[in-house]
Design a protein around this ligand. Structure first.
Ligand SMILES: Cc1cc2nc3c(=O)[nH]c(=O)nc-3n(C[C@H](O)[C@H](O)[C@H](O)COP(=O)(O)O)c2cc1C
Length: 402
């Protein structure tokens, strides 16, 4: 998020909903992501939270009135909009939405919206009866016709005490919408299937064979693909991460469950990225009862799990789609192993992951990978955050699609 928003000029307009307090945290997060945030508030908004809060959080002057300027600033009702890369209205009240739908320009926010040429995101927030009213529905439809992106409010407990639709989304959802608005939509129309995390192979009701995969790389890839406009299906092994908003997530535990889930969704996929660390073997027998301690040495018999990627690769022989990307987590002979897997499994790309270092591979927030293609081309990426790494891998996927 930081690199995506660094230096971006965001005009953050706030209207008078009880949800104003939530956007104080959003402004803080955007500033932490190194965006340049200028806040505009309606008169009603400043009744809920003082402009001082937003001035302190954004580190900039907050604009409230159309006719209040410092010397040399007389045209802020135009210039604030013409200078921004992204215009966000959050929360957007029924009143402000109605004004925008009708092209009114009787305060600074609505005038700026008319003068704006940048992408405009509208986050409505209100009581559910207000939101469901035919007038508000019609006004929101109008905004979409104008090319504004309207982010549907969430359902839940509302400040008025009612339960229903109308809640301003949490920051995590807003962050993804903002990130998508700042991303090239080069995966629009594509369905991307991503696997992530480890698998657990049960020994008995209390124990399993697992591995150190945290799921971070796969979740980053899913998030990044979603931001770039893809429909994303995430098949996730057991991990502690929260799936990115807007991503269809299927939770599995074992390698065989992952196999079944991938095959169930495979036909819909244009691109498959297998970032999960799938167990090669499972115990031949899973005990129904917890095995008691005997103190004696024991032997565990293992049988091979299905090789999901190999199966997908052999199916692909007859078809061009989906594009297949595999991962090879290696602690030695990285390149040779990667090459072998790429060819044997009929992949389009393989991402070779060095798991020997402490800041690469499993559990780390950073990764250092090389990407090998069918023609033998090898791209060595520097140490990057897993989000940036995911972006670079998807850049290669997009290049192949073209
Ligand atoms: C306590 C309180 C909470 C309100 N919350 C909302 C709200 O969540 N959404 C909304 O559309 N209007 C809400 N309103 C009504 C707006 O503040 C009112 O329509 C106002 O004119 C909006 O002006 P603005 O869009 O210029 O900011 C609330 C009013 C009060 C008194």
């Amino acid at each position: 998020m930081r690199s995506l928003l660094a230096g971006k000029k965001i005009l953050f307009a706030i209207s008078g909903s009880i949800a104003v307090y939530k956007t104080a945290a959003w402004v803080r997060e955007l500033v932490l992501a190194e965006a340049e945030v200028t806040v505009v508030m309606t008169e009603a908004a400043s009744r809920f939270v003082s402009s001082l809060t937003f001035a302190a959080l954004s580190g900039r002057r907050v604009y409230t009135g159309m006719f209040e300027h410092d010397a040399g600033e007389a045209m802020t009702h135009i210039s604030l909009a013409s200078e921004c890369d992204l215009f966000i209205i959050a929360p957007a009240t029924a009143q402000t939405i109605a004004k925008l739908a009708n092209g009114l320009a009787d305060d600074l926010l609505s005038t700026l919206a008319l003068a704006n040429r940048a992408k405009l995101l509208v986050f409505p927030a209100m009581n559910s009866a207000m939101y469901c009213h035919a007038a508000t529905r019609a006004n929101l439809a109008r905004l979409q016709e104008y090319g504004y992106t309207v982010i549907a409010p969430e359902e839940g407990k509302l400040a008025c005490g009612e339960e229903g639709v109308g809640r301003l989304p949490d920051w995590e959802t807003a962050r993804e919408e903002i990130a998508a608005a700042c991303s090239v939509q080069d995966l629009q129309g594509q369905t991307v299937l991503v696997t992530a995390g480890p698998t657990w192979e049960a020994l008995d009701p209390a124990r399993h064979l697992g591995n150190r995969s945290s799921g971070k790389m796969g979740y980053s890839l899913a998030r990044s693909a979603r931001r770039r406009g893809a429909d994303v299906i995430l098949v996730s092994g057991p991990c502690s991460l929260t799936p990115p908003p807007g991503v269809e997530t299927v939770h599995v535990t074992s390698a065989r469950q992952m196999h079944d889930a991938v095959l169930a969704h495979y036909d819909r996929a244009d691109i498959v990225v297998m970032a999960a660390a799938v167990a090669d073997y499972r115990p031949k027998k899973t005990m129904a009862e917890k095995v008691k301690k005997s103190g004696r040495a024991t032997t565990l018999e293992l049988v091979a799990n299905p090789d999901i990627l190999k199966k997908l690769g052999s199916r692909k022989k007859q078809a061009k789609r989906p594009l297949l990307v595999g991962f090879a987590a290696e602690s030695s002979d990285h390149l040779a192993e990667g090459e072998r897997k790429l060819l044997q499994k009929n992949l389009d790309l393989i991402v070779i992951n060095d798991i020997a270092g402490s800041d690469t591979g499993f559990e780390a927030d950073t990764n250092q990978v090389s990407i090998l293609d069918k023609e033998g081309g090898l791209e060595k990426l520097p140490l990057l955050s897993k989000d940036e790494c995911g972006t670079r891998i998807l850049d290669r996927v997009v290049a192949l699609l073209q």
